[in-house]
Design a protein around this ligand. Structure first.
Ligand SMILES: Cc1cc2nc3c(=O)[nH]c(=O)nc-3n(C[C@H](O)[C@H](O)[C@H](O)COP(=O)(O)O)c2cc1C
Length: 150
């Protein structure tokens, strides 16, 4: 069984878009390094106010990763929404995929009934996972080489 943990936290990265991007690059590169070592995969949704993250892997590794992340001063108030065991990973291809909320992905959020500000305290883990799967699909479609039709 794969252990799956969903949590949210408050983004404490100050500064503008540039600082945000630099910090996110650092977080994603540390995640890729550590998560590939630990067999942890998942997805990170974020905007200027919130992080919502899904972690999947062996139970001990997921707990260890979450505890390490929880001590990171770049966010505060990490709160677990749900933990459960699942038969298979939902995010197998990402050591840590991520999606910043930009105008480009707004349509994906709208598809999940999120038009305004994100309020993770009101989200169910099933909603987080459904949103992350769609964001993942959106990101993957962007990476595919575009083909001309006809
Ligand atoms: C929102 C958020 C998500 C993070 N996700 C991960 C993660 O999935 N895996 C990970 O190893 N570190 C993650 N980090 C970074 C850790 O808090 C920590 O900085 C890092 O694991 C330290 O790695 P190092 O000891 O290799 O430098 C995250 C940090 C934040 C703020």
């Amino acid at each position: 069984m794969i252990h799956q943990l969903v949590y949210y936290s408050r983004n404490a990265v100050s500064g503008g878009d540039r600082e945000m991007l630099t910090n996110m690059r650092d977080i994603v590169s540390a995640s890729q390094r550590n998560n590939s070592r630990d067999g942890v995969t998942g997805f990170l949704i974020f905007d200027k106010t919130w992080f919502v993250q899904i972690l999947e892997g062996e139970r001990a590794k997921v707990v260890e990763t979450y505890n390490r992340i929880g001590r990171d001063p770049r966010h505060t108030g990490a709160t677990i929404i749900n933990v459960r065991d699942v038969p298979d990973r939902l995010f197998p291809n990402w050591t840590m995929g991520g999606a910043m909320r930009t105008p480009e992905v707004q349509e994906v959020y709208l598809g999940h009934g999120i038009g305004g500000a994100l309020d993770p305290a009101k989200l169910k883990s099933s909603q987080v996972i459904a949103l992350a799967l769609d964001l993942q699909a959106f990101e993957q479609a962007k990476r595919q080489p575009q083909r001309l039709v006809g």
